[in-house]
Ligand binder design. Structure first.
Ligand code: HEM
Ligand code: HEM
Length: 178
């Protein structure tokens, strides 16, 4: 087997992926018209609390990654594909941080609660409607970018797992040895 990501990096990858894959449908559903109020409130509660957890996990992940850089891809992966993988991983990090930051600004500048994070004393922006609306636009645009990239990313990973069977998928899968 080729070199794998360390267990902590794999754990962080799948924890963040699982939360984000629940948050995307939650975000899309909670913003639709005509939803029963308790359902909408519950989805917002989950989305905001979990979104900031993703922010914390991504900071830990970035710190961990700079201390333990990922292992090089196997030599069977052509250089241009390795380059696309590097760029798309960088974009995934950037978009996740942008989602968390724009969500945070949208909520606090819009004058809405941060739910559990308010109780923990997380600082907030003061209410500024224009800033809140701008952040809402950024959040929505970045969400569609993230969805497209996650689809490409998961598609490429499955291609490695099922067609090429070159050990790339196993590098990040939880059962990989090290
Ligand atoms: C991994 C991070 C996140 C992802 C993938 C994500 C995804 C989404 C998606 C797909 C939507 C629906 C599209 C839209 O109308 O904007 C949405 C809406 C929303 N999200 Fe997030 N979100 C994230 C983080 C956050 C955070 C940290 C907060 C706040 C603390 C937040 C608050 C909101 C709010 C308030 C809306 C409704 C926006 C509006 O209608 O103005 N999100 N999110
Ligand atoms: C929201 C969902 C996901 C996000 C945000 C995400 C994000 C990322 C990021 C940022 C990396 C690079 C990690 C690093 O080098 O520090 C990565 C690697 C990887 N991801 Fe995902 N991922 C998601 C879902 C998935 C899914 C569903 C699969 C499989 C079907 C997958 C398979 C992989 C594989 C195989 C790698 C390692 C690639 C390599 O060896 O260089 N990911 N992912």
């Amino acid at each position: 087997m080729t070199d794998a990501y360390r267990p902590a990096a794999r754990f962080l990858h799948w924890t963040v992926a699982l939360i984000v894959l629940c948050m995307i449908p939650a975000g899309l559903i909670m913003t639709t018209e005509g939803l029963p109020r308790p359902v909408q409130d519950t989805l917002f509660l989950f989305h905001k609390n979990a979104g900031l957890v993703v922010g914390v996990l991504m900071l830990i992940r970035l710190a961990y990654r700079s201390a333990h850089p990922p292992p090089p891809l196997p030599a069977s992966v052509p250089a241009w594909q390795a380059r696309i993988a590097r760029i798309s991983h960088g974009l995934l990090y950037a978009l996740l941080f942008l989602m968390v930051a724009s969500g945070f600004v949208r909520v606090t500048a819009g004058g809405f609660p941060l739910e559990g994070w308010d109780a923990l004393g997380l600082p907030r922006f003061s209410k500024r409607e224009a800033l809140g609306s701008a952040a809402s636009e950024v959040h929505e645009g970045a969400a569609y970018g993230l969805m497209a990239l996650v689809l490409l990313h998961a598609g490429a990973a499955l291609h490695h797992a099922l067609v090429r069977r070159d050990g790339v998928f196993a590098r990040v899968w939880l059962a990989a040895g090290r």
